[in-house]
Design a protein around this ligand. Structure first.
Ligand code: PLP
Length: 380
């Protein structure tokens, strides 16, 4: 099997499985809120885990909340901030190329009377910074929402430039950043990013499904999304799951250890595929300066889904548009917003890598693409 669909999800590593199994031991299975020794043991292990995740992300322990997924983190941050800070302004600025986890929150807020300004994005997927400055200058912008690495194209946000503009023009605007596809691939030091709230997902970094993280900088107030017993400083009620927190910690530690070597490995796979595919008249849609972990390619003569299923015959797995919306058979809104013509976007396939992919897999992929063109392409 060649698994090139790592932006959709990844498989848990041995280390993650071992961490889960250790966390499931009887002596760690008490409720972290219980006063007896089983509760104390679970609570101690949970707090150690929180401390290590916070340190790896460059945040304080009080700033990190475990959630069920990045979608929950986004909902908590975006809706929770606007609900708590009604006098911060009526405008939110973002783009139409965000993940649905953000876009649906923005659409909900629009229906509730907020003014959402969607900045145009260029063919490189980057938001128009002059337009951002114009919006921020008006003085009514409570929140801005951007994505550090786009999940469909790998386009990297000009984060430092955005933070500079915000700090100069509208320092009180709060900045929500989706860093789901960046985590474990680029070094992230939350206090240095300039963002105020940030979301992450365990299953994108070889952790397990069911755990996400939300960062909320100390001093930023939000209404919690999940109400109840007041766990996690009241930011997200519900009995804490040691096994899920531990799975995230193990995945993050492992990803952080070899981050530069992994990047170089994936960058060489990406460069090889770009060269070979372009020579076969496939069109590379990811920007030249995209994160190498995502490669969006339009295959001449094959609609996205047809190519996906042709590759599947060879036990190769890729995506069409992002996995959560791919069942609706739509053409990628991210590509259309970035100015890719409909006919080209209709043939787009997202190939996405993990640090465990190899050059041998990339070479095999190219052989299979050649075979697919030989066997299945309609001769003109
Ligand atoms: N944000 C981005 C950029 C993503 O790629 C995804 C998942 O595809 C999400 C948010 C949502 O993550 P989760 O599946 O953890 O809810």
């Amino acid at each position: 099997m060649i698994y090139f669909d790592n932006s959709a999800t990844t498989f848990p590593t041995e280390r993650v499985r071992a961490a889960c199994s250790a966390a499931l031991a009887d002596d760690l299975s008490g409720n972290p809120g219980s006063l007896h020794k089983l509760g104390v043991a679970a609570n101690t292990a949970y707090n150690d885990c929180l401390a290590s995740v916070s340190r790896l992300l460059g945040a304080k322990q009080t700033e990190i909340v475990f959630t069920s997924c990045a979608t929950e983190s986004a909902n908590t941050a975006i809706r929770g901030f606007m609900s708590r800070n009604k006098r911060a302004g009526n405008t939110i600025v973002s783009t139409r190329t965000e993940h649905k986890a953000t876009l649906e929150c923005l659409s909900y807020l629009e229906k509730n009377g907020y003014n959402v300004v969607y900045l145009p994005v260029g063919s490189d997927g980057k938001p128009d910074l002059a337009a951002l400055e114009e919006v921020l200058t008006k003085g009514d912008c409570a929140l801005m929402c951007f994505t550090l690495v786009n999940n469909e194209t790998g386009s990297i946000l000009p984060n430092d430039e955005i933070v500079k503009i915000k700090n100069r023009v509208s320092p009180s605007t709060v900045y929500y950043l989706d860093a789901v596809q960046a985590l474990g691939k680029m070094r992230i030091d939350l206090h240095k990013t300039g963002c105020d709230m940030c979301s992450f997902s365990g299953h994108k970094i070889h952790g397990v499904k069911g755990v996400g993280v939300l960062y909320v900088r100390d001093g930023v107030r939000i209404d919690p999304f999940v109400l109840g017993g007041g766990q996690q400083n009241g930011m997200r009620s519900g009995t804490q799951s040691l096994v899920l927190a531990k799975s995230f910690e193990a995945a993050l530690e492992e990803a952080s250890e070899g981050i530069e070597e992994s990047y170089d490995n994936v960058a060489s796979i990406n460069a090889y595929l770009r060269k070979e595919l372009a020579a076969r008249k496939a069109m590379i849609l990811s920007p030249d300066d995209a994160l190498p972990y995502v490669l969006n390619v339009s295959f001449d003569g094959f609609e996205s889904e047809t190519m996906l299923h042709c590759l599947e015959i060879y036990d190769i797995f890729v995506s069409t548009v992002s996995a959560c919306s791919s069942k609706s058979k739509k053409v990628s809104y991210v590509l259309l917003e970035s100015g890719v013509p409909q006919k080209i976007a209709a043939n787009a396939v997202r190939i996405s890598f993990s640090r465990y992919n190899t050059m041998a897999e990339a070479e095999e992929f190219i052989k299979c693409v050649d075979d697919i063109y030989d066997k299945f392409a309609v001769r003109k």
